[in-house]
Design a protein around this ligand. Structure first.
Ligand SMILES: Cc1cc2nc3c(=O)[nH]c(=O)nc-3n(C[C@H](O)[C@H](O)[C@H](O)COP(=O)(O)OP(=O)(O)OC[C@H]3O[C@@H](n4cnc5c(N)ncnc54)[C@H](O)[C@@H]3O)c2cc1C
Length: 454
């Protein structure tokens, strides 16, 4: 509170999941008045089980604590930024080696109590079905209720909202075998943005057979119901590669793996089939396996995609997945403050904004609330120190800064993003040793994020 007066500015937050809870606590601790809306338990999502806030819907792990992993580094950055949920998670940790695994019930209970007892937060247990002009953070997650989804569509348009996560694996550039893989765009049209992994007939048949026999994640009951409601022909781009492989031994090489126009420049010959890799970032440190969205178990993905010529030693920065996931085409519709371009009072946080994962969703709540806090301080108190160029909000050498930039940078193939080292610009010095390189990247990130706070 400033000069003994209460801040009258009210911020409405919809959804008390991971992002919404973090944002509520951040803003309330900065003395803003928060009206937090959560539809559970009146309306349940297909994945939540309790009425508590910040529920972890699936695994109980917030991943590695080591700063030489992307998730570990992100958590370290978030702690420096004053994250509210991570210290609570640490209080609720259970033994899991280097991972931050938590007692999920205890964690959600603690977050719920803290929020319910906070003098600056008023909790409303009701579904929000419409968006209006109030200052609002929409943090309703990948399972946003249908009514609210409809209201969002009215504002941003149908084509800006996606319902599926059809994610292909991402591999690190340095793990690719460039003696085998070559650069070429089909028929040499445009810049050589693609890398190509060439298959001989034998290698192709082995790969297609392995896909056919691989172990899949079983779709949860609600997921299969949802999938069956949607006409899959409409979502042809979403079909997992292992399902395509089942349609016949040539389906892949006439479809996603077709080699036409992709002759190997070293031999001048056309391979039997090709998997193309598309760069994920401007520094070309990570590549997406085009058309390889998959529901295979992670171990199986590693085994089978390492059969691709040139990927024998691939380092997987992200595995593929397919599940229901409502998310926005963020680069098209969000401005740099992470609010809607055509309704700037409406901010989007959490998985709905296009980040992916528990920790990333908490980060997003933290980011959006920091942005709003700065804006309000400037507006209400003419506090010029808090008004910054948003570009300097978080350095581009940090995972948190790069996730934010990812959401607002033009991208024709926008898909939800997890923390990974491929997001970071390369170090000035070339370091071969992978572990040492990650240590140096982490050192740089933590040093730079510390500077911003100074
Ligand atoms: C089935 C499934 C499994 C997942 N498993 C993992 C995993 O193991 N590890 C991982 O890192 N990530 C996982 N994720 C991805 C993601 O990290 C989580 O979904 C994460 O909880 C997203 O955080 P959030 O705050 O954006 O949304 P949520 O945590 O889902 O919070 C959104 C909240 O909004 C509420 N809500 C929705 N609509 C309304 C409305 N109209 N009015 C009021 N309240 C509303 C919901 O009840 C919910 O409490 C999974 C996602 C799904 C769908």
């Amino acid at each position: 509170m400033r000069n003994g007066e209460r801040n009258l500015k009210i911020i409405k937050i919809i959804g008390a999941g991971l992002a919404g809870s973090e944002a509520a606590l951040q803003l309330a601790d900065n003395d803003w008045q928060v009206e937090l809306y959560e539809m559970r338990p009146q309306v349940q999502t297909p994945a939540h089980h309790t009425a508590d806030f910040a529920e972890l819907v699936c695994s109980n792990s917030l991943k590695s604590k080591l700063i030489t992993t992307a998730s570990g580094l992100l958590k370290a950055e978030m702690k420096i930024l004053g994250c509210k949920l991570l210290p609570i998670a640490e209080e609720c940790c259970v033994p899991a080696g280097n991972a931050l695994a938590i007692d999920r019930k205890l964690f959600s209970r603690k977050v719920t109590k803290l929020i319910e007892n906070h003098p600056n937060i008023k909790v409303h247990r009701e579904e929000v079905t419409e968006l209006n002009y109030e200052l609002t953070i929409v943090a309703t997650g990948p399972l946003t209720s249908e009514n609210l989804t409809q209201s969002l569509i009215e504002i941003i348009g149908n084509e800006q909202l996606y319902f599926f996560d059809a994610i292909a694996p991402i591999v690190s550039a340095e793990s690719l075998d460039r003696n085998i893989i070559y650069e070429k765009t089909r028929y040499d049209k445009g810049e050589a943005d693609y890398l190509n992994c060439p298959f001989s007939k034998d290698k192709y048949l082995q790969f297609a057979e392995a896909l056919n026999e691989a172990e899949k994640h079983e779709a949860k009951e609600f997921e299969s119901k949802f999938f069956s409601k949607i006409d899959f022909h409409f979502y042809e781009n979403c079909i997992p590669i292992e399902e395509l492989a089942k349609r016949g031994k040539d389906t892949l090489r006439y479809g996603v793996m077709r080699p036409v126009g992709l002759e190997d420049p070293k031999t001048g010959e056309r391979p039997y089939a090709v998997i193309q890799l598309r760069t994920e970032n401007k520094d070309k440190t990570s590549y997406n396996l085009v058309g390889c969205q998959t529901m295979l178990k992670y171990g199986e993905q590693k085994r089978i995609f390492r059969m691709v010529p040139g990927l024998e030693k691939a380092e997987f920065l992200r595995f593929g997945s397919i599940h229901r996931n409502t998310y926005l085409n963020a680069p098209h519709i969000l401005n740099e403050k992470l609010s809607l371009k055509n309704k700037p009072n409406i901010y989007i946080a959490g998985q709905l904004s296009g980040v992916e994962g528990y920790v990333e969703s908490i980060l997003s709540g933290l980011l959006v609330s920091r942005i709003i806090n700065k804006m309000l301080r400037f507006e209400q108190f003419r506090d010029f120190r808090s008004f910054q160029n948003f570009g300097s909000l978080l350095p581009e050498t940090t995972i948190s800064g790069q996730l934010w930039r990812y959401l607002i940078t033009e991208n024709k193939n926008f898909q939800p993003m997890k923390a990974n080292f491929g997001l970071l610009p390369p170090l000035e010095e070339k370091i071969k040793d992978k572990r040492l390189k990650k240590e140096k990247l982490a050192e740089r990130a933590l040093r730079d994020i510390g500077k911003v706070l100074e």
